[in-house]
Unconditional design. Sequence first.
Length: 374
Amino acid sequence: MIPAGFKESLACSSDRELEPLIDKVLGDRPLDFEDGLMVLESKNLSLLGALADHITLQRRGERVFFAVNRHINYTNICDSKCNFCAYYREEGDIDAYTMSLSEILGLADEASRMGARELHIVGALNPSLPLSFFEEMLEEIHARYPEMGIKAFTAVEIAYMAEREGVSTREVLLRLKRAGLTCMPGGGAEILGERVRERLCPEKISGEEWLSIMEEAHSIGIPSNATILYGHIETYSDIVDHLLRLRDLQRRTHGFQAFIPLSFHPEKTGLKGVRGSTGFDDLKIIILSRLIFAGEIDNIKAYWVTLGPKLAGIALRNGANDLEGTIIEERITHAAGARTPTSLSKEDLINIIRDAGRVPVERTSTYETVKVYD
Ligand code: V47
């Protein structure tokens, strides 16, 4: 239902150029490539933000999700050496590390005692870790904390495990699912288009391979998220193309639970002369994501680690309906100079959501409600 006078009030912030786009969005018609470019080129953030918020309320209501969770980065030793990454190390570097299974279980235990319902486990492409290490990790966590959702391993890690083990990516996914994997995070997507990917991460799987592993995961009942890494060398066309490719896959599988825009942090990375995004860019990407995914990918995350908690709160009135989680220990973006906190408490997240006038809902990894804080 479009509230009476809504369209007229949008038109008051006057932008004749955007009128066909507003009609399309309010008429439930999907945006195309040109529409996406128009959103990114527009400076009318208040109008577009109101439109995105309207769609969010219509599709998802007043509730905003968060998870009590812990991120665990089990190793930083990586064969991929992506130019945008400040987190990876080489074997033998003084600050290279690989956690033992007992260290990982210690962190899981701490999280469980804090009431966490989700572990987010990702690492790097470390040649010394066999598939059996990951299977044992999942089995042990699942046996000890059956209520804990395990969101683990990007499509890039799955491809690497398959290559090292000499088996198909489908077999890796099936074995990890059997061992206790709940869902997969959306990392490693970066920008799916090859031109940018060749400069950002030439050693990484292609955008097509990333999509195909996600399709495989969805087809065997492993839901996942999707991300975009923006604010570096990409163009507006690369961003819109990325979102449309994800939407195409979602139409086939319905397996993406959430989309997370990640703003690039340049410090200590191999991308020289890149400044990163502005707050204006950050909100525009949140808005664009909601307008393009509308009812197709349900949840848009305002990732407070890259946005900062203040802008993340504002994003909750501009198309986002999820704040990620407590995290406890963020390493990847902080290695690249993020000045944001590495952890927020459950109370912090609840306050940010309430301050935006929305209803905080603690969720599981697969978006079941744990508790509504109304
Ligand atoms: O894949 C790497 C990005 C991702 C930098 O699925 C950087 O729920 C900014 O994917 N500046 C990992 N970003 C984080 C991630 C994620 C986070 C929260 C929730 C979920 C989810 C997924 O971080 C990497 C890469 O795209 N990244 N380096 C950097 N310098």
